[in-house]
Design a protein around this ligand. Structure first.
Ligand SMILES: Nc1ncnc2c1ncn2[C@@H]1O[C@H](COP(=O)(O)O)[C@@H](OP(=O)(O)O)[C@H]1O
Ligand SMILES: [Mg+2]
Ligand SMILES: [Mg+2]
Ligand SMILES: [Mg+2]
Length: 400
């Protein structure tokens, strides 16, 4: 009897200590939900995991729509005020992505490239885009439910499209959407990308790029050619990155996410640049081909440049299919748009690259809808970036 009482008293004294000491020893990321009774622990989810998941599915769903338009002869092209083209694919993809973001993150701000004004004045255009948006869904019911299911009606589609009008800036959570980057490539039958990035206080935290016309194989040689059979199973890549967690690629699907693989840039240092592959825009109006050729020559690069539309360039160098991406300004007054770079900048840096402007400054996403504080883009493996940048400056200074 006495022994049992002593045991009870000892247990009463020890029990709180047994539950308290392990809490002191565990890192803060562990939550001790039912610790006192069962000693089981659960890890808190990695940073931005929900945002990443929603972004990946939203890009996949939008890419289903863009692929349908890509394979049609009539892509419903209209000219925007700045004379650049926009298609029914751009509008439809943007509406679908904003619908998914609004469903999951109703309080977040959105900076998106397109707006609904032209659709409000053109009933046929609105109806054509609505047909596409209404009929596009992921073939996995859980994945589709994650995105909130179909858009309600054509008028709601217009309201969604116009919700990408945030001025951007340095505060809070802001998504950047380029529903089709490389619209000119899209129209030509070349590369294009569906792009989505999340910024927190002006810093890119999540980046996702859907590239329907890139080969799935990370090792496939870098080429502007998308292959003779564009519906080929071997095409379509989804690149992703979360700040501090590396970059991945996976096959782009029409339903649930495929398995991912980590990606990294090739290790090219300043002394091995002769073997490097550099890529640049197809459009001569978007970057200075002549300056870029002079830089490549000074770096001792012998292979011709690979010309490719869209942020597929960022994805391609991030997975080591190419090495350097140069985007030197054609016009001193042009301001790059944040949606043209947010996702790609993070994916390249998380894959072991460095991305700066021609002055060596990191791209600054905190000053509005454009990269007003930057000029041009120089992206390269981190070890060779200083050398590439010094040659960029040498060539540009020689012109002054
Ligand atoms: N003068 C210019 N200089 C640099 N970029 C430009 C430009 N005019 C348009 N662009 C941008 O270049 C993007 C395409 O890049 P790339 O040449 O790498 O394919 C376009 O995106 P959209 O196609 O989304 O409009 C557009 O925003
Ligand atoms: Mg455009
Ligand atoms: Mg773009
Ligand atoms: Mg675009």
């Amino acid at each position: 009897m006495l022994r049992t009482s002593i045991l009870f008293v000892a247990l009463a004294i020890l029990a709180p200590l047994i539950t308290f000491i392990p809490r002191l020893l565990l890192p803060r990321s562990f939550t001790t939900t039912t610790f006192t009774t069962t000693f089981t622990t659960t890890m808190s989810p990695p940073a931005y995991s929900k945002e990443l998941h929603v972004a990946q599915l939203a890009v996949q769903r939008a890419a289903i729509l863009t692929k349908r338009v890509f394979h049609e002869k009539a892509k419903g092209t209209v000219d925007k005020n700045d004379k650049s083209p926009v298609t029914i694919g751009d509008f439809g993809a943007q509406a679908l992505i904003i619908a998914a973001l609004r469903h999951n993150f109703p309080d977040d701000a959105i900076v998106a490239e397109e707006e609904a004004a032209q659709l409000r004045e053109d009933a046929n255009l609105k109806a054509t885009i609505w047909d596409l948006v209404r009929d596009t869904r992921l073939n996995d019911p859980d994945a589709e439910a994650t995105l909130g299911g179909p858009v309600r009606d054509a008028d709601h589609m217009l309201e969604l499209l116009d919700q990408g009008n945030s001025p951007g800036g340095a505060q809070g959570r802001i998504w950047a959407i380029d529903p089709i980057d490389g619209t000119k490539g899209f129209l030509r039958g070349g590369q294009y990308a569906v792009c989505l990035g999340l910024m927190q206080d002006g810093d890119v935290k999540v980046g996702v790029l859907g590239c329907p016309n890139l080969p799935v194989d990370d090792q496939a040689p870098l080429t502007a050619d998308i292959g003779s059979n564009q519906t080929d199973e071997g095409h379509g890549v989804l690149f992703s990155a979360v700040q501090g967690h590396g970059a991945t690629s996976r096959a782009l699907t029409a339903g649930a996410l495929a398995e991912s693989k980590p990606i990294s840039m090739r290790s090219v240092d300043g002394s091995s640049l002769a073997d490097a592959t550099f890529c640049e825009s197809v459009e001569a109006g978007h970057s200075a081909h002549g300056d870029q050729a002079a830089i490549a020559e000074k770096l001792g690069i012998t292979k011709p440049s690979v010309r490719m539309d869209s942020q597929a360039k960022y994805g391609s160098i991030a997975r080591g299919a190419g090495d350097i991406y140069l985007r030197l300004p054609v016009k001193a007054t042009y301001q790059e748009k944040i949606w043209d770079h947010a996702a790609g900048d993070l994916i390249v840096r998380e894959a072991g690259g460095q991305v700066t402007d021609i002055h060596g400054k990191r791209l600054d996403f905190s000053v509005g809808r454009t990269l007003a504080n930057n000029k041009g883009v120089v992206a390269a493996p981190a070890a060779s970036h200083p050398k590439v940048l010094s040659v960029v400056q040498e060539v540009l200074n020689a012109k002054l």
